[in-house]
Structure formats: C-alpha cells, structure tokens
Design a protein around this ligand. Structure first.
Ligand code: V4E
Length: 238
C-alpha cells in the first residue's frame, strides 16, 4: 500500500491498523466435519446479517476483483493483495496455499471512497471526497454511479479452536447455499505464512479434502448474473 504522509495523518494510526489481510479457506461442511468441529472447537455464537454489494452498471470494481459491501451499517472493501515472494520460498505447501484466498480488508469509509474513485475516476473526475463521511450517508453511491447488484442474508455460526487468532464460520445463505470458512486476520505487514500454516493444520484436523470450494458470491452470481459470472471466470477473478 502506498499512502502519503497526508493520507496517513488524515486516516490516523487506528484506521491504518484496520487494513488487515484476511486469509481464508472455504470448505463444505458435512455431518462428519461438523461432529469433529464440535469436538475440537468452541462455538462462540450465532448471528444473522445482510450483505449488500455495490458496483458500477459495467461491473468495473468486481472485474478488478474489488468487492464493496455494506454489512450491519458498516462499509467494507475487499481488494486483492500481492502474494509475497517469501511466502512461497519459505516452505508453505503451494497446494495448500492455493486453496486459500487473501484479501486486504478496508473498513475506513474515506479510504474506501478514495480507492473506489481511483478505479472509476473517469466517471467522477471533479468530485471531492468528504473529509469524514458518515456511514449512513449513501449519496456518494449515486454520485459515482454505484448500484447494488447482490443483496442476501447469512446465518453464521462461529467457532474458535486452540489455534490463536483463527476462526471457523459456518454460513447458511438465504438463497440455499451452505459453506464453511477457516479464517485468519493478519494485520497489514503481518505473517501471512504462519496464517496459511494455521489454516492447513486446521484443515487437517477437520479432515478436509484438497477440493476448491465456491463461496456464497460465486453461487449468487451464477444464479442472478450469469453473464457477469462468466466474465469473472474468464478474467480469472473467480
Ligand atoms: C467473491 C469475493 C468476495 C466477496 C465475498 O467474500 P467472501 O469471503 O466469500 O464473503 P464472506 O461473507 O464469507 O465474507 P467475510 O465475512 O469472511 O468477510 S471477496 C473476494 N472474492 C473472490 C473470491 C475468490 N475468487 N475465491 C474464493 C474462494 N473466495 C472469494
């Protein structure tokens, strides 16, 4: 990430710390997996949330693998993160790493707007970003022509294991898709390799196969925006 001193001062240290990298492996949870998970993990709760995803009508963001969403009144932007060469060189099994996705998660709204506008600057050339935009004010969406292309709710049951900083979520989307995910949040510049190793160990304990598993958004787009889904496949975003 390249930020000017001005940007850093404007965002503040706490907000910069919020730009963590989410390392995640999805899995299909059968009765055996659930039994093992209940034996080795602790259920830390269940919650329901609505996700609304936004993009331009031409899907300029998602075609660049950028995922803008509103969840529980908070904005989040997931962007790809470059794979660090030392991760490959230092012994993480390539196959295990390939089953994991890594995305930078940005939750500061001003920073989200800056990055989104950078991508679609042709559309919003002369508009200034508000210094401290409010989470509730959604006028910026229409100003830069962002529309909601996915809207669904998820019932999520979460578990922790002995592995520090690791969480397992079992998701049931309201369009009839169930998926599990093993997730580690790494602070910006933190140890992604150790996160991959934790996930690999956990996948072994759960007896998961080396099968790549589709996320909720894959299925949602397949069903609701098949043309765009195919474009994302062709662009190797999905
Ligand atoms: C499709 C997509 C993204 C949007 C959805 O992210 P996801 O992690 O699937 O959602 P969710 O609800 O589990 O979010 P969380 O609560 O964990 O933050 S972000 C990146 N992608 C692309 C993508 C991909 N290419 N491959 C896989 C396996 N997952 C996502």
């Amino acid at each position: 990430m390249c930020l000017s001193l001005f940007d850093a001062a404007r965002l503040g240290f706490k907000d910069l710390m919020k730009m963590s990298v989410e390392v995640e492996r999805k899995f299909l949870c059968n009765a055996d997996t659930l039994k093992t998970l209940e034996e080795i993990g602790v259920c830390i709760g269940q919650r329901q949330f609505r996700d609304q995803y936004f993009d331009t009508p031409k899907f300029d963001l998602t075609l660049r693998d950028m995922w803008l969403r509103k969840r529980k009144e908070c904005w989040e932007l997931k962007c790809p993160t470059a794979v660090n060469g030392t991760e490959e060189a230092s012994g993480v099994q390539a196959k295990a790493a390939a089953l994991c996705s890594r995305y930078r998660e940005i939750t500061n709204l001003a920073e989200i707007q800056r990055r989104v506008k950078e991508v679609i600057k042709d559309i919003c050339q002369d508009r200034e970003t508000e210094a401290s935009p409010s989470q509730e004010d959604e006028t910026w969406l229409s100003e830069i022509n962002l529309v909601c292309f996915a809207d669904f709710t998820t019932l999520r049951q979460s578990f922790t294991l002995e592995e520090q900083g690791l969480q397992i979520d079992l998701d049931q989307a309201n369009f009839g898709y169930h998926v599990g995910e093993i997730e580690v949040l790494v602070p910006e510049g933190g140890d992604v390799q150790s996160a991959l190793e934790k996930i690999e160990r956990t996948a072994g304990k759960l007896g998961l196969s080396d099968q790549a598993v589709e996320g909720k958004m894959h299925i949602y787009l397949q069903r609701n925006h098949p043309e765009h889904y195919n474009k994302l496949l062709n662009a190797h975003v999905l």
